[in-house]
Design a protein around this ligand. Structure first.
Ligand code: GDP
Ligand code: MG
Length: 759
């Protein structure tokens, strides 16, 4: 089968085209840099089946970012049959810049002229034939999103001859020099000598690394670097020969996008607007008082609580999904609906199984744990949906740009914003996305703090414990606690980055250059594909890792060290309890160690099971809660029936609070610890793969230290307010040491230039 590499600038519709060609459902985002690794698929359009490899989006083939290197090496060494160069027809000049470089390689190239629907909508015209004539390779107009022109693209791609000699547009300006360099590469017998020759003249570090290349370069150039001249020549060629292909029929005027940007990227209002939007997103997803209707009503007589309504019990169950003294937000309503459904299933299954231990294993161990996790699916999906909408519309790209100004003060570029935001969904894709960062140290720092952006799987910990605190202690407001914990994670991330960028992870932030995509309405198909992808991932995880972990936890909590079955009432003698008690003292400075007594080991166990998957933390509560009751722990009247009907984990959390007498600061510290500690297995594996050699082990230590410090700070300050002075003093000392240390080093490097980069 012929293999074609798909290559193009970020955000030109590459993934959309890939999906259209292969019928797959890869994530499409209105954001440069969503595809960061190569991905393969088979295209069955047309008579001949071809293989497609989707490469990361890049602006050039210079090795500035890991993505550029991936794409360049694949074309040079991966031996594809040909390259499909996708270009955005609404942005011809910039996109053709990459094309002029591709043409220099000895590989067949076909150009897919994408976004033709946009061009038509704007009333413009792009002449594909004229471009084809100028470039000397096939050019096919397509619209990846509507699927037009795709068949023709495949047909012409498959019909290309296997051989093609590289050609350059730099002939006139630099012909002699290029020939000189080309001779060197021809003698070395490397493929695509023309491409390598031109890169060498650009002072490309990959080429200079070759034996004898440096001398050749110096002989040809006298040490002068042609990078700028070459870039200039490429653009000159494009504007002289190719821009004629585009005719504008309408006069230029302020586009709708520009008008929207006047407000959304306003110098002063941009950030308040962004915070308001984020708040709205969280409110719609998590609030138990939608639009604060309950609070407003409270100014008058207030709305009646659910229990005070004069309706039948069956009706109450139904109304309770939507209302209890206040109207629930759509996210909470969805959650409640699932909750009610799962509760019914568990009851039915538990009742249907006669054998006691089996019914315990199935209903508490397996179903309890499973549903505790699945119950959160609606809210996680909803959060994801809002993020997708913001991303697909083009808003996130603006925010990155606006935030760049602020991020720079902390030693990051606006680019690192995207991986961080993705971290709210899942750390795994977020860490992979850091490949768009050019500075290696910036990358390391970003990967390390990504887990602090509380992911979907940590959400259950937040909501269950926040809900438990509100109900059990009768204080606070669950969505404020949740929102506050998200903020705590963000603050921890900012502080960590600041420290790292001033100590071990120094580096200059490269200037932030990004094409701002035009705003458009989020596409329903993109959204559904994206959500479906998440659902699959989440459900799969629930039925594999979490399923296995809950069964193991259940078994270990019902087996004695001599492998005898223990019923629920003797769980304190189980293997799990012994292990938990052994490590429990470790958590004493964090408030959930020795001070919470004999049943306190459940918190230690939950923290450890969270290392497998964060969903396990609450699943563990669910599994162990029932046993606590059987053991006769004082759980404040929580019944096993109530536990069975409680898939959100709030009741189990309350049972834990009752049995251990844990304090509010210790509970908050428990959440904070879980948010900042070593992430799940999957995220660790990703971090290991993405980080440079030797950095992973330090990263794990960093996570351990960070969670310990954050947890201890939260616990001690929450318990004894005056300890805040100690923490402030310690921080001041640390900052002073860092500053002094840097000053000393700065003197040594005084003549090294420090450029103030502005976006
Ligand atoms: P990539 O970064 O190159 O992979 O680009 P994506 O496939 O993620 O697409 C970027 C944005 O362009 C998305 O919002 C797509 O919906 C949109 N897009 C892609 N192809 C087309 C097209 O042919 N026409 C229009 N109007 N929009 C498109
Ligand atoms: Mg993509």
């Amino acid at each position: 089968m012929k293999t074609f590499a798909l290559i193009g600038n970020p955000n030109c519709g590459k993934t959309t085209l890939f999906n259209a060609l292969t019928g797959s459902a890869a994530h499409v985002g209105n954001w440069p840099g969503v595809t960061v690794d190569k991905r393969e698929g088979v295209c069955k359009k047309g008579s001949e089946h071809i293989n497609i490899v989707d490469l990361p989006g890049i602006y050039s083939l210079s090795p500035y970012t890991p993505e550029e290197v991936i794409s360049r090496n694949y074309i040079l060494d991966g031996n594809p049959y040909g390259v499909i160069n996708i270009i955005d027809a609404t942005n011809l000049e910039r996109n053709l810049y990459l094309t002029t470089q591709l043409l220099e390689m000895d590989v067949p190239v076909i150009v897919a002229l994408n976004m033709m629907d946009e061009v038509e909508k704007a009333g413009d015209k792009v002449d594909a034939k004229a471009i084809e004539l100028a470039l000397g390779v096939p050019v096919v107009p397509v619209s990846a999103i509507n699927g037009t022109g795709i068949k023709e693209l495949v047909r012409r791609a498959a019909a290309m001859p296997r051989e093609r000699k590289g050609k350059t547009v730099l002939e006139q300006a630099l012909g002699a020099k290029i020939d000189g360099a080309k001779k060197f590469f021809e003698a070395e017998e490397v493929s695509s000598p023309l491409f390598h020759a031109i890169k060498l003249l650009e002072n490309d570090e990959l080429e200079l690394g070759r034996k004898g290349a440096k001398e050749t370069f110096e002989k040809l150039s006298g040490g002068e670097d042609f990078e700028a001249v070459i870039a200039d020549e490429r653009y000159k060629y494009i504007s002289q020969n190719l821009s004629v292909a585009k005719t504008k029929t309408k006069k230029e005027k302020l586009t709708k996008s520009d008008k929207i940007d006047r407000v959304l990227t306003h110098r002063v209002f941009a950030i308040p607007i962004f915070i308001a939007i984020l708040f709205a997103v969280f409110h719609v997803t998590f609030s138990e008082d939608f639009l604060y209707i309950g609070a407003w009503a409270g100014l008058g007589k207030g709305l009646p609580a659910l229990d005070d309504l004069n309706i039948s019990d069956g009706m109450k169950t139904f109304v309770g999904i939507f209302y209890d003294g206040a109207v629930f937000s759509p996210g909470v309503i969805l959650f409640n609906a699932f909750d009610t459904l799962f509760g019914t299933i568990i009851d039915a299954v538990g009742g249907a199984i006669g054998t006691e231990w089996l019914s315990g294993l199935v209903a508490d161990g397996v179903l309890g744990g499973l549903f505790a996790v699945l119950g959160f699916l609606p809210q996680i999906l909803m959060l994801f949906m809002w993020f997708s909408v913001l991303e697909d519309s083009g808003y996130m790209a603006r925010i990155a740009f606006v935030l760049d100004r602020i991020f720079r003060r902390f030693g990051l570029s606006g680019r690192s914003f995207m991986p961080m935001i993705m971290g709210f969904g899942c750390s795994v894709p977020a860490m992979v996305n850091t490949r768009t960062l050019a500075d290696e140290n910036e990358r390391v720092a970003t990967v390390r703090v990504i887990p602090f952006f509380s992911c979907g799987a940590k959400l259950p910990i937040l909501t269950a414990i926040a809900g438990g605190i509100v109900q059990h202690f009768g204080v606070g407001n669950a969505d404020l606690i949740t929102y506050g914990m998200y903020l705590l994670g963000i603050v921890a991330a900012v502080v960590s980055v600041l420290i790292m960028r001033n100590t071990t992870m120094k580096g200059e932030v490269p200037p932030f250059i990004m094409e701002l995509p035009a705003y458009h309405w989020p596409r329903f198909k993109n959204l559904t594909l994206h959500l479906w992808d998440k659902t699959k991932h989440f459900v799969k995880k629930a039925f594999t890792i979490i399923f296995a972990s809950t069964v193991i936890i259940w078994l270990f909590s019902h087996l004695s060290p001599s492998w005898h079955y223990l019923d629920d009432s003797r769980m304190n003698e189980s293997i799990l309890a012994q292990l938990g008690m052994f490590i429990q003292p470790l958590f004493t400075p964090l408030g959930f160690g020795s001070q919470i007594g004999a049943f306190g080991w459940v918190f230690a166990v939950a923290a450890v099971t969270g290392l497998v998957a964060k969903e396990n933390v609450i699943a563990t509560f669910g599994t162990l809660g029932a046993c606590l009751i059987a053991m006769g722990a004082n759980v404040g009247g929580v019944t096993s029936g109530a536990l069975l009907a409680d898939e959100e984990g709030i009741t189990s959390a309350i049972a834990m609070m009752q049995a251990t007498g844990i304090t509010i600061p210790a509970l908050i510290s428990f959440i904070a610890f879980n948010m900042t500690t070593i992430p799940c297995f999957a995220a660790c594996a990703t971090a290991r793969a993405e980080l440079p050699k030797g950095k992973f082990i330090w990263t794990v230590l960093f996570w351990v230290a960070a969670s310990y410090i954050v947890g201890a700070a939260v616990y001690t300050i929450g318990s004894w307010w005056w300890t805040s002075f100690v923490w402030v003093a310690a921080t001041a000392l640390a900052v002073t040491l860092i500053v002094l240390n840097n000053k000393g080093k700065l003197k040594l490097r005084k003549n090294k230039k420090h450029s103030e980069v502005t976006a």
